[in-house]
Design a protein around this ligand. Structure first.
Ligand code: C2E
Ligand code: MG
Ligand code: MG
Ligand code: MG
Length: 291
């Protein structure tokens, strides 16, 4: 657009926009440095079976160890990674690191867990995704069934035919696919019939007020029935208290994730929890220990 206008595009910007642009550039420079200096790391949030209370999986969540301060959460930098295209490189690292770490836990003798990795739309659109995933599996030695990719609804609507064939190619590798933040995007139910999906993750926004809001409760119950009848898994995201957990269990929700069970934690913290748990059963006592 700047080229079309000719000359110095900055003269078309207000002071405020100029500053925003400069901040964005600074951010991008910092993120490029972060990639080069390997300042990213992963935390893991347990996913719990509603019936046995066992940890059955973990979600890998990206964090930025900023040199000048504290741990930075993804909402502060994922959009910029997306915009700059750096997300493909970082996302590849996330997939590889999650596979490596998960295989390491298995080699340490823990019960095998499935690790979930979030995908951005840019990654989903990149030519190399299937190769990236298959080489991450091959290089780590992780069995494909212990990797799940989380897609969002918005990522699937652009080019549906392409999305479906890509998803089938990913499924052929033997990994699992889930829909993240389910219910917040464009949820055409007919797509659920065509997408090779293993699991729905109900967005936290439906869970928060589930005890007081009859509409949220009705939506969650309906999604639960839908998942059951489709023969796919269901995870409730953002479960923060026992009340929500009980209601969700009553609605037939089979898996839970949220602060009530555990916040996202560092890899070594998770290992020590798995160690204490032995059979990885989460008793209420230990759930408290994890906060
Ligand atoms: P998400 O995939 O829906 O992940 C769940 C988010 O909810 C995480 O935030 C998690 O810390 C938070 N959460 C979990 N349980 C609770 C709870 O009980 N209460 C509350 N209030 N929050 C809870 P986080 O780690 O800040 O990540 C935010 C989003 O950033 C993720 O949402 C995901 O979409 C994205 N993200 C994280 N890691 C990656 C990544 O490696 N690649 C891509 N493309 N996106 C990522
Ligand atoms: Mg997720
Ligand atoms: Mg996500
Ligand atoms: Mg989510």
């Amino acid at each position: 657009r700047a080229k079309e206008m000719g000359g110095n595009c900055f003269s078309f910007y207000s002071q405020e926009m100029n500053e925003r642009f400069e901040n964005l550039l600074k951010m991008e420079t910092a993120l490029r440095r972060a990639v080069a200096n390997e300042e990213f790391f992963l935390q893991y949030q347990p996913r719990i079976c509603a019936h046995t209370q066992q940890i059955i999986g973990i979600e890998a969540l990206l964090r930025w160890n900023h040199p000048e301060g504290e741990m930075v959460l993804p909402s502060c930098f994922i959009p910029q990674l997306e915009e700059s295209g750096l997300i493909v490189q970082v996302g590849t690292w996330v997939i590889r690191e999650a596979c490596r770490q998960n295989k390491l836990w298995q080699d340490m003798g823990f019960e095998p867990l499935c690790v979930s990795v979030n995908l951005s739309s840019r990654q989903f659109r990149s030519e190399s995704l299937v190769n990236t995933v298959s080489s991450a599996l091959a290089d780590s030695g992780l069995e494909p069934r212990y990797l799940e990719l989380e897609l969002t609804e918005s990522l699937l609507v652009d080019n549906t035919e392409h999305a479906i064939s890509l998803m089938h190619a990913l499924k052929e590798l033997g990994i699992a696919l889930s829909i993240d933040d389910f219910g917040t995007g464009y949820s055409s139910l007919s797509y659920l019939k065509r997408f090779p999906i293993d699991c729905l993750k109900i967005d936290r926004s439906f869970i928060t007020d589930i005890a007081s809001n009859a509409k949220d409760a009705a939506i969650v119950e309906a999604i639960s029935t839908l998942a059951h009848n489709l023969g796919i898994g269901l995870v409730a995201e953002g479960v923060e208290n026992i009340n929500q957990a009980k209601l969700l269990k009553g609605f037939g929700c089979t898996e839970m994730q949220g602060y009530f069970y555990s916040k996202p934690i560092d890899a070594n913290h998770l290992a020590s929890i798995l160690n204490q748990l032995g059979s990885s059963t989460l008793s209420t006592k230990v759930a408290k220990l994890m906060h």
